[in-house]
Design a protein around this ligand. Structure first.
Ligand code: MN
Ligand code: MN
Length: 454
């Protein structure tokens, strides 16, 4: 028997030259999505534009849709759901792929601007699981919105265009780092020290707050805002660099925000390819996953279930949910030879071995997570294999080394079976994360096969 033992395959052994060309071309579109979508709002904006170009319309609660109709719903400009209506009854269930578009970053505090020792700076409050030492001494951009009390919303981006200035958080020079160097990594850098350098020219017209005045004058010129407007803003500081090919062979992508735009993009693009699916297919681009999915735009909010219920159009909702199936599309950790001691090699994901499948996530004895039933996984793998999707098993590191969760558990709370899948990354949550191009391509193929065949 040739298949008696499980054998891992490498994408470069099985992909044809044409398929590889397609995969690399697909990744150019993905790189653009990353560059345009540096924060969740911009991802949603970009995704909605792509959807509208393809005939998607704003979802109308209460309207009866027919097979092939394409709709989208935006939740507070920070999350979005896209759907293609199927030919079967809603009671036969929905096929759902849920990814998230929020990413670890540094948010501005509500009252961020101050000056000290000849500098103007922004105070930040980090969002999500960052390693603070990675965010110093690297070029940063400012992205987000300022909502004026008049009702006007101003879109802010500084530092993304090549001609823009960038921002920066200073690091300690090694010559003076004796005390800092002896501290544990998690206390050597503090959240309160992640202050962003903005300006150094004092304004001439004032004796006090001369540096703050310089900053507000420049921001006022560009956006018409005053200091008070920071209170009604969602502004974040993110790495300024664009997505780049990684490696001599260009087989990988180095970029900010792979987690989890690398799964959001395939979820969306594969949905776009559907014309008349049997089941109604739904792609979710959620927010707030990095902080536990709570909050109005997170997967714990009822908007997701409410959207599905509205799609039921009077049919039995419980039956529809019970017959639905979901992929929680989120990144996992790729085996890293630099940190081999935290991985268990046999159950780790590797670059170029396809979409990574996590039966369960969680930590300390699978705590705080969902787990996919074997029957459900068997059906999904049958679909993957039928569509030529390369997949591999993944566990997030060694038992009791740490762990993590995804949106999967909030989907299973709705009585919808769910499996964690996604692209494996190196340096997850760092300002620049690495991913393999072929894995992204197989994630697209996996999402499409799931939508069409489950
Ligand atoms: Mn994630
Ligand atoms: Mn994450």
């Amino acid at each position: 028997m040739s298949n008696l033992l499980r054998k891992a395959k490498n994408a470069y052994e099985i992909m044809s030259p044409e398929e590889l060309r397609d995969a690399y071309e697909y990744c150019e579109g993905y790189k653009k999505f990353l560059d345009e979508g540096k924060i969740e709002r911009f991802c949603v904006e970009y995704a909605v534009n792509l959807a509208e170009e393809r005939g998607f319309e704003v979802f109308d609660y209460g309207k009866k849709y027919k097979p092939g109709d394409k709709v989208y719903f935006v939740q507070h400009n920070r999350a979005a759901i896209f759907a293609v209506i199927g030919t079967e009854s809603p009671e036969d269930g929905f096929n759902i792929v849920a990814a998230h578009v929020d990413c670890p970053k540094l948010d501005l505090k509500p009252n961020p601007l101050y000056e000290d020792s000849g500098f103007a700076l922004f105070k930040t409050h980090y969002y999500g699981g960052i390693r603070k030492y990675q965010w110093v001494a690297t070029p940063l951009a400012l992205c987000g919105v300022v909502c004026k009390k008049s009702g006007e919303t101003l879109r802010v981006t500084i530092g993304l265009d090549e001609s823009d200035p960038v921002f920066f958080i200073s690091d300690l020079l090694p010559h003076l780092a004796k005390d800092q160097s002896s501290k544990p990594l998690d206390s050597a850098f503090t959240g309160e020290n992640l202050n962003v350098l903005l300006a150094s020219i004092p304004a001439k017209e004032t004796e006090t707050d001369a540096l703050k005045t310089t900053v507000m004058k420049l921001l006022n010129e560009k956006y018409g805002i005053v200091e008070d407007d920071f209170l009604t803003a969602d502004l974040s500081v993110v790495p300024a660099g664009r997505a780049r090919d990684l490696g001599l062979d260009r087989s990988m992508i180095l970029a900010y925000g792979h987690d989890d735009r690398i799964d959001a993009y395939p979820a969306l693009l594969s949905l776009f390819e559907l014309t008349s699916p049997a089941k109604t297919c739904v792609a979710v681009l959620a927010d707030r996953e990095e902080v536990g999915s709570m909050g109005i735009s997170g997967m714990r909010s009822s908007y997701f279930a409410d959207f599905l219920k509205a799609l039921c159009c009077g049919y039995n909702e419980r039956k529809a949910f019970a017959n639905s199936a979901a992929l929680s599309a989120d990144v996992s950790a790729a085996y890293d030879p630099n940190f081999a001691d935290v991985f268990e090699k046999q159950n780790s994901a590797f670059f170029n071995r396809g979409i990574a499948v996590c039966k369960y996530t969680g930590s300390r004895g699978k705590g705080g997570s969902s787990e996919a039933p074997a029957e459900f996984m068997a059906k999904i793998f049958r679909i993957f294999e039928g569509a030529g999707v390369l997949y591999q098993v993944a566990e997030l590191g060694k038992v009791d080394q740490g762990g993590g969760g995804t949106v999967a558990q909030f989907i299973s709370d709705l009585n919808i079976p769910v499996l964690d899948v996604g692209v494996a990354l190196l340096s997850m949550h760092a300002p620049y994360e690495a991913a393999s191009k072929t894995d992204i391509y197989y994630t697209h193929k996996a999402c499409r096969a799931f939508f069409e065949k489950y």
